[in-house]
Design a protein around this ligand. Structure first.
Ligand code: MGD
Ligand code: MGD
Ligand code: SF4
Ligand code: MO
Length: 739
């Protein structure tokens, strides 16, 4: 077989320029040694993919046509994910900080140093002076292990995860309305829906494979309503587009319900038999006339009526949302007011009828189920409920009083580090320096830590602040399961071993637990043992996996929870027959008055600022900013500005602009587009340092979910002098459509 050496130019084209790498790079052409059926490592759709493996390296991919969700299709990130595996930036051994920077170190020294340093802090300042931050890109097994490690090995209350920045508003609202936190339907129900509302989701860029479902529904005659301050690609193909002003969704949803009630498009029988508290909502929305709602939301009254006309009498329907309505200080309220629109029609729990929050991260669903949240124990149990605590304490064979109580949430942990209350941190699969609002404060907090250890496979921006970096595993380097956005638990297959001296994540956690004297709780020899334990721990809980095994999951292309017994087939569609998961089987309406965002526009800061994603970059960017072909598609952040606003401020496309808020400022090129509200600007958040959108966002939290308000704050915008000419004169493009 041919052995190919890439030229410098080919290398840069594939991977982008990387400092400190060897000048040549080898990969192996020819037939792969094996094809491994597994899943994409990025978003919550978890498309099936076959990884091509040769000489223990992932060298490419093949479609996996049989996996029903994506049937072989993949998006621009999915087809390039394999380039991480042999990337020259891959961490190949632990690193320990010295006065002159990091040095490579062995595991013995690095693990001992980590365990000893965390223990020393705890001995001096108490158990809760050490915090643990986890993530939802990791498997269910690791989510479970993180929670168990924090509670038993570190005995700290302060464990939380990056889903606190992502899924928690939807999760809290879903539990309040339905008694359970899971999308109610399999994606296949989208195909049967006759009206679809997509609110606060840039579906085509963030879940490209789901866009295909929506388009197929449209081919079946569905009408699509999109609600967003920007005419996103899916917005451009909608039947009705509602350009909501950022932070106004609860007013808009109340207004749509007002029209539905007035026109008699509510299912009174369903409401009476299967729900509580509709009367409070009926009373509340009386004042949300189309005219009042237009004033609050910025959506023309006639289109509010039109939305009600399309949604109200529909035969079947689905309402889907993502972070656009959830990343708010009233994220939970926004979600609940939209859920009212679903419950009022009774169109849920039937083919083609339902509701779902579109889960973001690869294991955004499973990552929030097995106990790595500060308020949660395995099986979705509540850490504040005595019977739930007792069950898990007995399961783990520890006295219940030794089980820590509820601790701080992710942003609150950073705040507590800032205040000097938390002095030690262990993090895995999270990059808070880029992803948490007000990054200048996050940086100062990280600098204040007495000891910080970070487990990652790349040296993320946050890892640069660590005292010890522990080289963990990429998704394809470990076995495990993840639970997709539709609630389907699927199997990830180990394709290659971690390279050189990197290790699988669960091994690292196990070794740390040993050094903290808790070996007997963490005696695992493979991921499957952790899965069997988490399934058993979930038995009888709100999120029951106890009927699942690796074999069963694999034989069925995934199993939907709840799956409470070995012979149980799993539950693709929830709430069939109007049975909800509250103890009395009924769903709950919630009456919420609209209230403004924490920081609304004013004379000083007159423009709405909102943030989000682009198709070719992923989250804090540590993975996708290293893949040259994705970097090419969108190399650095641009500020989307409407032509009317641009003209008013004398800004032309490609001009450098400065965005200032009460937290700080960011300077970047302008992208003048017709597709955004003239009172709003948008910046994608995938970059670090001076290019980080989170330099200017507002660290204020939803009172229930504790999610930060990433989607709206107030800013000022001005043109600034252009920087020296750039090497890449083609960027930014005159129009992204030409890219
Ligand atoms: N390409 C890509 N795909 C991804 C990711 C990624 O980083 N890159 N991340 C994954 C993850 S973890 C997540 S959470 C999801 C996120 O998926 P989405 O939530 O779909 O993506 P966002 O860009 O965060 O925000 C969605 C939209 O909300 C709109 N918006 C802003 N303010 C408001 C508002 O007040 N009301 C309404 N109705 N809309 C508003 C924005 O204009 C934006 O178009 O994507 C997943 N998929
Ligand atoms: N302004 C603004 N900020 C936002 C958002 C926004 O819309 N606007 N969105 C928020 C949302 S929805 C999210 S989900 C967060 C995400 O924010 P983060 O979770 O901080 O972002 P990631 O890039 O996923 O960071 C995860 C790190 O874990 C590593 N990693 C990934 N998988 C694994 C694994 O299996 N094992 C190990 N050991 N490491 C792993 C990656 O290399 C990366 O360095 O950002 C939030 N921040
Ligand atoms: S849609 Fe999501 S899971 Fe599918 S290939 Fe793209 S990033 Fe991966
Ligand atoms: Mo997310």
């Amino acid at each position: 077989m041919a052995k190919l050496t890439l030229s410098e130019e080919q290398y840069i084209e594939l991977y982008g320029p990387t400092p400190n790498r060897s000048p040549t790079y080898d990969f192996h052409d020819g037939e792969p040694d094996k094809l491994v059926k597994t899943h994409c490592c990025f978003c919550g759709v978890q498309c099936g993919i076959q990884l091509k493996v040769k000489y223990n390296k992932v060298i490419g991919f093949e479609p996996w046509d049989e996996f029903p969700v994506n049937q072989g299709k993949l998006c621009p990130k999915g087809v390039l994910r394999y380039m991480q595996n042999d990337h020259p930036d891959r961490l190949l051994s632990p690193l320990i900080r010295t006065e002159d920077g990091f040095r490579a170190a062995g595991w013995y020294e690095s693990l001992n140093k980590t365990a000893d340093s965390l223990k020393a802090i705890q001995d001096k300042h108490g158990k809760d002076a050490v915090a643990f931050l986890g993530g939802a890109s990791m498997t269910n097994e690791k989510a479970y292990l993180n929670g168990k490690f924090a509670r038993i090995a570190l005995q700290t209350a302060n464990i939380d995860y990056n889903g606190r920045l992502c899924m928690v508003s939807a999760g809290a609202a879903n539990r309040m309305a339905f008694g359970v936190d899971r999308a109610a339907n399999p994606w296949s129900d989208i195909l049967l829906a006759k009206t679809i509302i997509l609110t606060g989701t840039n579906l085509a860029e963030c879940f490209p494979i789901l866009t295909d479902y929506v388009w197929r529904a449209r081919d079946n005659g569905a009408k699509i309503i999109v609600i967003d301050p920007r005419i996103t690609p899916i917005g451009r193909t909608a039947d009705l587009f509602l350009p909501v002003r950022p932070g106004r969704d609860s007013a808009l949803a109340n207004g749509i319900l007002h029209v539905m009630i007035e026109r008699g498009w509510t299912d009174e029988k369903f409401i009476a038999e299967h729900t509580h508290d509709f009367d409070k909502v009926r009373e509340l929305v009386k004042k949300y006339t189309p005219e009042v709602t237009e004033k609050l939301s910025g959506v023309p009254a006639k289109n509010i009526i039109k939305a009600a006309e399309m949604w109200g009498p529909a035969e079947t329907s689905m309402l889907l949302h993502a972070r656009g309505i959830e990343h708010h200080t009233k994220g939970v309220e926004n979600v609940l007011t939209y859920i009212n629109l679903v419950l009022a029609t009774g169109r849920i729990g039937k083919p083609g009828c339902g509701y779902g929050t579109i889960t973001g991260q690869g294991n955004g669903q499973g990552g929030r189920e097995h106990g790595q949240r500060c308020n949660q124990l395995p099986g979705g149990r509540d850490i504040n409920k005595p019977e739930h605590r007792q069950f898990i304490a007995d399961f783990w064979k520890i006295p219940e009083p030794e089980l820590p109580k509820q601790g701080l949430t992710a942003c609150e942990i950073i705040d507590a580090i800032e205040r000097g209350e938390i002095k030690g941190l262990l993090s895995i699969s999270i990059n808070p320096l880029v992803s948490i609002p007000d990054s200048n404060r996050t940086r100062a907090a990280l600098e204040k830590l007495e000891f910080f250890a970070c487990i990652d496979f790349f040296l993320s921006e946050t890892a640069r602040y660590a005292d010890v970096v522990l080289a963990g595993s990429l998704q394809e380097e470990d076995e495990g399961t993840v639970t997709t956005g539709e609630g389907r638990c699927v199997r990830l297959r180990n394709s290659v071993p971690p390279p050189v001296d990197a290790r699988v994540d669960w091994w690292i956690i196990r070794e740390l637990a040993k050094r903290l004297g808790k070996e007997k709780w963490f005696n695992y020899s493979k991921a499957e043992e952790i899965f069997d334990e988490l399934a058993a721990a979930s038995k009888g809980g709100p999120i029951d996996y106890s009927g699942m095994t690796y074999e069963k999951i694999e034989n069925n292309m995934g199993i939907f929870w709840p799956c409470p017994a070995p012979e149980h087939p799993g539950t693709p569609r929830l709430f069939e027959g109007g049975k909800f998961h509250h103890p009395d089987g009924k769903a709950k309406f919630h009456a919420y008055e609209y209230r403004p965002p924490a920081e609304d526009v004013d004379v000083e800061y007159p423009i709405f600022f909102t943030t989000g994603r682009v198709v070719s970059q992923y989250l804090s960017g540590t993975q996708t900013r290293r893949i040259g072909a994705l970097v090419d598609q969108y190399p650095e952040p641009l500020c989307e500005i409407h032509p009317l606003l641009a003209t008013k401020l004398g800004i032309e496309n490609r001009d450098m602009v400065k965005v200032s808020t009460r937290r700080g400022e960011i300077t970047l090129p302008a992208l003048v587009v017709q597709t955004i509200r003239p009172d709003t600007i948008f910046i994608p958040y995938h970059w670090a340092g001076k290019k980080a959108a989170n330099q200017v966002t507002n660290r204020v939290l939803d009172p229930i979910s504790k999610i930060p308000e990433f989607k709206v704050c107030a800013c000022r915008l001005e043109k600034v002098a252009a920087p020296p000419a750039k090497a890449n004169a083609a960027w930014p493009p005159v129009s992204l459509e030409n890219k």
